[in-house]
Design a protein around this ligand. Structure first.
Ligand code: ADP
Length: 220
């Protein structure tokens, strides 16, 4: 769990993934230490991040000198060099960093990082690929899947959900999904209630089991 109050993150590897992540943390007002062995990359981020350093983080002494082991959260954003990713992650585990996030470039790589004990493993390309598949094949405008087979989806309302109040169309009992938000063309999203009447062309936010949500968005 994230420490409250201590808004510091160290990002090891300032490639495409690491630099986007570090930039977003800065925009959210967090303190970011960015480390990469590539001096040019570090130079590029020296103005935008709180602290930067040029270092090879496979060396545990180097990590200690930089104080990385004292950060509550560290992201290992090294993908291509799997050996370096594994070494850096085990160094951080040796120093008991409480929240280690590691990026993997393949399922096998991810499995090794999990076995090592990384607290969170992300597979950005696989996860994004699966997400885009949902957008390409269906009527979903956006799709987020959580653990345990539960999803949140943005979609144009299927006809079965329109014309009568949501309480009457009984979308939840009939289709196993809950409409939580609604957006009329040209308006902002608002909460949906049992009294809400969805009109054809409205965009809705729906939650439920992934399968139920998929089936619901394919209804006409
Ligand atoms: P992306 O796909 O996000 O660009 P890469 O795996 O290509 O990810 O980039 C990883 C970054 O991590 C590179 O900028 C690389 O220089 C850096 N890196 C790789 N090994 C080390 C290491 N041992 N110590 C510090 N930085 C490293």
């Amino acid at each position: 769990q994230q420490h409250t109050g201590d808004q510091r993150v160290a990002v090891i590897g300032l490639g495409r993934f690491g630099s986007s992540l570090a930039g977003e943390l800065m925009r959210r007002g967090w303190e970011v230490l960015g480390v990469d062995e590539d001096e040019r990359l570090v130079q590029r981020h020296s103005e935008t991040l709180t602290h930067v350093a040029v270092a090879d983080c496979t060396d545990i002494e180097v990590l200690r000198q930089l104080g990385v082991h004292e950060f509550p959260s560290v992201v290992v954003a090294i993908g291509t060099d799997i050996e370096a990713s594994i070494l850096v992650t085990s160094n951080l585990l040796d120093d008991s960093v409480p929240n280690i996030w590691a990026k993997a470039i393949s399922r096998q790589h991810g499995k090794i990082l999990e076995r090592l004990g990384a607290h969170h493993v992300v597979l950005p390309e696989h996860e994004m690929g699966e997400r885009v598949a949902h957008l390409v094949t269906g009527r979903m405008l956006d799709f987020i899947e959580f653990d345990d087979d539960y999803a949140l989806v943005k979609t144009v309302a299927p006809e079965v959900a329109t014309g009568v109040p949501l309480g009457v169309s009984a979308v939840r009992t009939k289709h196993g999904v809950t409409v939580v938000g609604i957006k009329r063309p040209g308006q902002d999203f608002t909460h949906a209630t049992a009294e809400t009447v969805v009109a054809p062309g409205d965009v809705i936010i729906v939650t439920g089991r992934t399968e139920a949500v998929e089936a619901f968005t394919e209804l006409s």
